[in-house]
Write a protein that binds this ligand. Sequence first.
Ligand code: MGD
Ligand code: MGD
Ligand code: MO
Length: 758
Amino acid sequence: MSRKAPRDDHDDTGLRVSAPKEWAAGVPGVTAALKRSYDQMGVGRTALTLLRVNQKQGFDCPGCAWPEGDKRHVAEFCENGAKAVAEEATTRRVTREFFARHTVDELNGMSDHWLGQQGRLTEPMIKRSGSARYEPVSWDEAFALLARELAGLDSPDEAVFYTSGRTSNEAAFAYQLFVRSFGTNNLPDCSNMCHESSGSALTETIGVGKGSVRLEDLPRADLIFVVGQNPGTNHPRMLSALEEAKKAGARIVAVNPLPEAGLMRFKNPQRPGGVAGRGTALADRFLQIRLNGDLALFQALNRLLVEKGAVDRAFLDEYTAGYEALEMHLRGLDWDDVLEATGLSRAEIDAVLADVVGSERIVVCWAMGLTQHRNSVPTIREVVNFLLLRGNIGRPGAGVCPVRGHSNVQGDRTMGIYEKPPAAFLDALGAEFGFEPPREHGYDTVEAIRAMRDGRAKVFLGMGGNFVRATPDSAVTEAAVRRCRLTAHVSTKLNRSHAVTGEQALILPALGRTERDVQASGPQFVSVEDSMGMVHASRGRLAPASPDLLSEVAIVCRLARAALPGSTVDWAGMERDYDVVRDHVSRVVPGFERYNERIREPGGFTLPHAPRDARRFPTATGKANLTVNELEVLRVPEGRLLLQTVRSHDQYNTTIYGMDDRYRGIKAGRRVVFVNPADLAELGLADGATVDLVSEWSDGRERRAPDFRIVAYPTARGCAAAYFPETNVLVPLDSTADISNTPTSKSVVIRLAGAGRD
Ligand SMILES: Nc1nc2c(c(=O)[nH]1)N[C@H]1C(S)=C(S)[C@@H](COP(=O)(O)OP(=O)(O)OC[C@H]3O[C@@H](n4cnc5c(=O)[nH]c(N)nc54)[C@H](O)[C@@H]3O)O[C@H]1N2
Ligand SMILES: Nc1nc2c(c(=O)[nH]1)N[C@H]1C(S)=C(S)[C@@H](COP(=O)(O)OP(=O)(O)OC[C@H]3O[C@@H](n4cnc5c(=O)[nH]c(N)nc54)[C@H](O)[C@@H]3O)O[C@H]1N2
Ligand SMILES: [Mo]
């Protein structure tokens, strides 16, 4: 086979590896952020833009969904937030001349990094049937084409409407209304690949699919678990909150196969103390767990709590259901399984148990390390058991804290971006707009790919995101997308989804968060919901990247007018004045009463959360449900490793900011695979060798990602790590989490092949 990896290692010449860092943030963080901002935006624009991030009169940082809190610093951003802003506020532009110079196939030959570095999209573009290139198209013609293709389908269910998590509440609400007025619930979103497992587990157990912790709970906690999360890179502002909690006396337990820099030690760039010195040691305890070992860990802790009688009887009796069954199940726990699955010693587990028993108030935070496995939903249910056993939900300083990814992914779901909408939501939507919304559940992300692959879906519209690159099984997904009659993307930046297209393709360039949004009634603002259920306004200040951009709200409303000529919805009014959208929301979505009034209060407002606010659990039993979760040890065949696909420090999902992963000691390259030195010795492989990653799955098909450099790294035994999206080709489409259907991007069985081996 060919030894060449065409588009990804493009930029990898000069890869350098050094020892991983122990600490995160601090001065290098700020310097790196400013340097990248100057490169992309120049000095004046950098100052103007970064000072507005997350201020009460400014815009919401597009980086992550971590909340802002009441006391804002002058510079309420982090290195990676600054990179996200610089990516959007860049002064580079992709013009019609650019598209005339490059065929679509040529663009597909370029790396993700190169595509993103070309700058902001500036005008609508079309790739017509049979043409090799994009050419300019008017907005009206673009909407007319979409309308024609949608009208030509045999059923509305032959169209797929994807959403990424940066879309504002206003745009998301209008979008789902359009899609349901058109007649389908095919509304997959990035959440299907992200925190879907959290939503599934929390809805079943506590009745609300969102976290129960607010920012002010962290400093009140005695013990905080950070499980399957790398906040130093992905939620850097969370480190300040953890530092504050520590100062107030909390202990922190990090559970992770990798010793992630930010969890070990933190230098706060917002304070003078952060500049010099060693910073704060954050984690008091580091449990270097094997991939997929968390269900076993929490089940073991629960077993010990029950055995010792260290449970909160009064709470369990009053608020929960299912204790007897859980107790019986836990008594049958097999300790050999626990030690094998976790890779931890009994002494390590006993030590954490002592922390737990000595703590009145406990918070568990988690992210993708828990959600992207086959048993993710049972794992998160077991975390809920753990908290419920000692009454740690619905009181200050305690609770569940799933840390969301995209800055408005939680809000989009609240606004109805969901392929399985609850009946009450559809009833309210239908009553408000006088129509009968479709009731049948739609496709999630994985099902949407299958439908396109099998010719059951023919038109794809993406509201943000990078569908072909973020999804699993890249070869399968790309072939599926290519079968469509039309693929269209509402985007700010060029990405691979513009280069892997259906027969016809549209690029619909949108305003970003940082930009002024002026409609016929005057300047507009939008709103977003953070990871902790706070809703607040976001106002851009920069001049738009091009005069031909439309806001996402305007794009939806104009598309709806073109595609739904008989619609009685006041699309023009919603486009004219976003207050009109918010008025509708206030009557459809519970918790948004007086939306327009409360969103104008400084800092916004908090959505109600029954378990958090009143220990009320709106579940089937009316109580918080303890659950019985079968422990199956994920055993990997001889000579194989379990691979997790992670983010480097220099990327935002599929957007590659740069080629370094500073905290893990990687410079100028991304095709690396991190493996424990003891595993390398057993496999007879050496640090620095080049191998192919070959994924082995029960369908018998081999999936291969060629040419990765081995990096000996202190990860847990039997485990490997490599960056996504280069490794998405290895994740089988049908390998998904039970119940949530999330691709298992954190447990892929691989072998290392090449250099004379296969
Ligand atoms: N700068 C930046 N910020 C981001 C993003 C970005 O790409 N760049 N992406 C945003 C998005 S959409 C999201 S969802 C979040 C993602 O935030 P994270 O979830 O922090 O992102 P990942 O890089 O996927 O890291 C997964 C972490 O879980 C650990 N892990 C993996 N498997 C297991 C396991 O089985 N058990 C345990 N205990 N740990 C495990 C990994 O070692 C790693 O530390 O970040 C958001 N913020
Ligand atoms: N193997 C593997 N795969 C994964 C993951 C993993 O850990 N491993 N993580 C998964 C997760 S957690 C997620 S959330 C998904 C992410 O999936 P997506 O959300 O689909 O991907 P992104 O890379 O965040 O999308 C980036 C694109 O969004 C567009 N964009 C940015 N800002 C805006 C905006 O304001 N408006 C509009 N209209 N467009 C905008 C830009 O054109 C940019 O190119 O990936 C998933 N895929
Ligand atoms: Mo995500």
